[in-house]
Design a protein around this ligand. Sequence first.
Ligand code: BG6
Length: 498
Amino acid sequence: QFRDNTLIVVFGASGDLAKKKTYPALFGLYRNGYLPKDVHIVGYARTKMDQEEYHKRTTSYIKNPNDDPEVAAQIEEFKKLSSYISGNYDDSPSFQNLARHMEAIEKSYQGRGVNRLFYLALPPSVFVPVSKYVKECCYATNGTNRIIVEKPFGKDLQSCRDLLSSLKQSWKEDETYRIDHYLGKEMVKNLLVLRFANVAMGAAWDKHSISNVQISFKEPFGTEGRGGYFDEFGIIRDILQNHLLQVLSILTMERPVSFASEDIRDEKQYLSCSHASFRSSQVKVLRAIPPIKREDVLLGQYVGANGKPGYLDDDTVPKDSVCPTFAATTLWINNERWEGVPFILKAGKALNEAKVEIRMQFKDVTQGIFKDISRNELVIRIQPSEAVYLKLNTKTPGYAFRAIPTEMDLTYKRRFTDTKIPEAYEALILDAIKGDHSNFVRDDELDVAWKIFTPILHWIDGKEGPRPKPSPYPYGSRGPKELDSFIEKLGYKRAAEE
Ligand code: BG6
């Protein structure tokens, strides 16, 4: 099932993404026996360093908090699978050098076909030259070639189209794997099962039952160390336009024809590549969402509090930056199923907790015989501690006859005690090794996603007049003070006990 003779090249091996996600994921796969036989990992970056320094660095990216000797031994073994080569991102000799390095490693495959996987953990400024030189100098003629790219895919609709067409000059769609790591998260994958394998859920999944939906992303830390990147992109491009919109489209799409990767991508609607139906379902629902209006947006920026620095205190951020570190936006889906239901996407850095969740609030019970009862709410917690729980009313136990709010709770760590939940990046890198496109982003999906967000992004960027000023919120708080009224005016009702 897994491809033997695989060579994985990590471009940007000394960068933030490689450190936080790529190497830990590769090690996770190795540890659990999921890397192919005879795999080799080549780290590539501009930094000049010898093999020893490279191994020291990459292994420092891997966590072994309890100094478990078994993990320590595995890290030593993992090192042996990897080597480093430095080079530029924009000249041919560097890539020819890389090609020679790869060929030397592949000699041990003794003429059997090779599988090359190129992982671009790189800033967007070098996506195009790297993909071009890799194709020119490092493309295997006796095996498969795949390229993994990461967001940001442009900054708006036009720049995304330009980027995609440049990448397409070198790489075919079925060789390209665009990561949105939220598609690799266990709970995001579970949405399909929750929706389409349960009559009880499916029946309530529309405007007749649902009053409003919130999809929230909260991080308890700021942009420390990434201020330069972040200031150019802002929270909408960092989280809402990709991660949260992916969640929204899976939550709201119609049932795909099947789970073949092309079927999933088609219910989102597919135009130009070979992988079709689940994603098409997603694209189809995204097409029903008109561009977001200014009045449907709330922006915020964190300021120093509780001994923590404000966004503007970061030296890499311009002192007068109005870049939003928090945003809440309301999206409307103009189709039969969802028309009139507000979908609130909200995300923020430097908030009071780490949490990503979906909250679907049901409508009030009509003509009820009970007074002051809370609405039902289905909460799907993506992280931390995956859970699905349904808030419902039950009779207070005992002699009294009253309805009180309670919960039906499926918390994974209590229910599935022995199951290891794979990290999103582990799952996605494994999919790319196997050649499975189901959980990667299609080109047409990016196009519709940018159409929804581009007008407000141009407004925020100051392309249509003065830039809007974000509302300040203290580091470690719940967000801007206007947030509660923003959500309540869309019909969200707090539960009686809150
Ligand atoms: C990345 C963003 O895509 O996702 C980061 O660029 C963010 O700003 C990260 O911190 C969050 O990922 P996760 O898996 O921790 O939710």
